[in-house]
Design a binder for this molecule. Structure first.
Ligand SMILES: Nc1ncnc2c1ncn2[C@@H]1O[C@H](COP(=O)(O)OP(=O)(O)O)[C@@H](O)[C@H]1O
Ligand SMILES: [Mg+2]
Length: 332
């Protein structure tokens, strides 16, 4: 039988190349072929096939998409289509869900998982929120539902701030306005890495001087942090509720209500960078091992459910020219 084939698209900066090399090596040890660099930004689809770098993507047994920094609207568009044909990690449905903060918070609430209290309304209706804001003593955090790296997040200190925001909000393309209750915390968080519902690792992040955002891109820094069993279980519950195979769950401690709260679930949590590894974050090999186990299980399980698909022919001319990609650093 021909070996199974897994396609990969991974970030290459911050140690990504080395992580990818290890994943490929481990897959090869299990007689699984790996094709790297499958950037759907440069793919095209016709006649029921998706072509990327000369490969018919639907003939792969699995596609691993892990490149937040170069994600783009067209790539995501084809990722969605591809995920209806072959297994993907993450599965598209969960990936898409967790790209949206409101939908994730809503889901966590419906599963009884502590998360930030929130309200979303039509951006043309924000008057409605005044009452809610009063309930929160005039304080709230306003977030773009699809933001990253702490960008675009602002704190409202009183009702008047809502009026000041109005002109800005009406100019935004997004149809919704999303607010969260301010969670009193010590400006540190826990990032818990989960793969295949298994706990991989934990580290902490601490906001920079004068800041309340823990994101590295907002001046925060990483530190070693031991999680309690309670924190690990909360992260596992959150990852399971979202359905993500690979998840990075951000948790903060709500000082006022004395409980841990899931702030965010990330679908593309970064591996430790070489610098972070130097300072003691040594979870990369465990994460790779869990990931490769999951990949192997997924591709072998496919044999049980579908007959082998024969190779399709295509001409290289059908492969699209590279398109420009949106570059953003979202992993932390
Ligand atoms: N409701 C909140 N209460 C208190 N701090 C918050 C709240 N929401 C976000 N923060 C702070 O802002 C940071 C960024 O928020 P987050 O929702 O994780 O967005 P992003 O996707 O940009 O990281 C968090 O890591 C946390 O430090
Ligand atoms: Mg975050």
């Amino acid at each position: 039988m021909a070996p199974h084939r897994v396609g990969l698209w991974m970030y290459q900066n911050s140690g990504g190349t080395e992580i990818e090399r290890k994943i490929v090596e481990k897959l090869n040890e299990r007689n699984i072929e790996a094709i790297t660099g499958l950037d759907l930004n440069n793919a095209s689809a016709n006649n029921g096939s998706i072509f990327c770098n000369g490969h018919a993507m639907e003939e792969l047994d699995l596609f691993f998409s892990y490149n937040a920094g170069q994600q783009g609207p067209f790539q995501v568009y084809l990722y969605q289509t591809l995920s209806s044909m072959i297994p993907t990690i993450n599965n598209y449905q969960s990936f898409e869900l967790t790209e949206d903060k409101f939908r994730t918070a809503h889901l966590l609430k419906t599963h009884g998982i502590p998360t930030a209290d929130h309200i979303v309304c039509n951006k043309n209706n924000i008057e409605e929120l005044k009452e809610h804001l009063r309930f929160w003593n005039g304080k709230a955090i306003c977030k773009p539902v699809n933001g990253w790296g702490g960008r675009g997040i602002i704190k409202l200190e009183n009702e008047r701030d809502l009026d000041l925001l109005k002109p800005y909000i009406s100019e935004q393309g997004a149809p919704q306005f999303y607010l969260e209750r301010v969670i009193e915390n010590d400006f540190t968080d826990y990032r818990i890495d989960i793969v295949d519902n298994k706990y991989v690792a934990c580290y902490g992040r601490k906001a920079g001087p004068g800041s309340w955002k823990t994101n590295i891109t907002s001046g925060g820094s990483v530190f070693l942090r031991e999680p309690s069993q309670e924190v690990i279980e909360l992260a596992q519950k959150a990852a399971k509720a979202t359905g993500l195979e690979v998840a990075g769950v951000d948790i903060i401690y709500d000082v006022e209500h004395q409980q841990y709260v899931v702030l965010e679930v990330n679908g593309i949590p970064a591996f430790a960078t070489p610098d972070q590894e130097q300072s003691g974050l040594n979870f990369n090999d465990t994460k790779i091992a869990y990931l490769v186990d999951l990949m192997e299980r997924t591709v072998t399980r496919r044999d049980e459910v579908r007959p082998e698909v024969s190779a399709m022919e295509f001409s290289p001319a059908e492969v699209a020219a590279p398109s420009s990609s949106v570059v953003k650093e979202k992993v932390l």
